[in-house]
Design a protein. Sequence first.
Length: 296
Amino acid sequence: MAKVKVVLRGVGLIGSLVADKLRSRGDSVVIVSRQPGRFAPSQKVISRSDTEAQLEALSDCDAVINLEGANIARVWTKSYKEEIRQSRIESVTQLGALVREVQNPRLKILQASATGFYGDRGDTLLDEQSPPGGGFLAQVCVEWEKAASDHYPQGRFALFRIAPVLSRRGGIFPIWRNLFRRFLGGRLGSGRQFFSWIHEQDMAELLLFYLDHFAAGAINACAPQPITNREMTQILADTFGRPALIPVPSFVLSALPGGFGQEMLLSSVRTVPARALKDGFRFRFGDFAAAVADLA
C-alpha cells in the first residue's frame, strides 16, 4: 500500500498510539500541538499557534486526524463544561478554515466525536442511524458534529463516535485497577446500565483502517459487545482477584457536581459498530473480559 502523509492533531492517549503505528508502517506524521516541546526531536511537530506551518503541512498531506478536545473525565464546574464544549467547536472551526485555505483536493478528515452523542438510552441498541439523545454530552456532540458539517468539505470527512478507550496508559482502566486492588470496586447504581467501550489497539487500528479505506459519515468507534455495569464489575473483580464489595448508590453519584455522575457513570449507552463491521473491520478485542485480561 502506498505511503501516506498525515497531520495529527490531539496527541493524547489515542493520538500517541496512532502516531506510533503510522511511523511503524512507514507513513509520514506531522503532529500539531500546543506543547511542541514535549515531543522528541526526531518527531516532526508544529506549534498549534503557527498558522503558516500548518497550512504548509495540510497542503501536502493525504489526511488530517483531529482528536482535539478538553478531557471530560474531571469535575464538571459550569466553567469547565463550557471549556469542554468550546474546545471542540474551536478546534473544528479552526481546522476547517485552514482546510478551505489550502484547497487540497486529496485531503480527507478523520474527526473525533463520542458515543455521548446518544445520551442515556437504556437498553436500546444504538447504531449510526440512531438519533441523538439528551443531556450535556449529547448536546456537545451534536454541536461538535454540526461544526464539522458546517466547516469541512462535504463528503471528505468521517466522524468517529468514540466510546471510552481501555488502556493501561491512562483513561478509566488504571482507575478501575487501583480501586479493585484496594478492595474498593463495586457496581455503580443498579448496575443495569450499559457501558460501551473500545480497546486502545482497536481504536488506533480503526482510524488506520478508515485512513486506508476512507468512507464519509458517522462511525461508531466501539467494541461489538457493550456490557452492563453489573457484568463489567464481576469481570473486573475476577480479573484482579478481588471481591466487588462496595456498590455505590445512584443518589451518591447523582449528587456529583455538574451532572458528571449521572451522565458519565449512570447513563446507559448500548452502541454497536454497525458501519465498521459492514465495511470489513475486524476487532481484536470484541469481548470485554479478553480486553481486560490483555491490559491487566
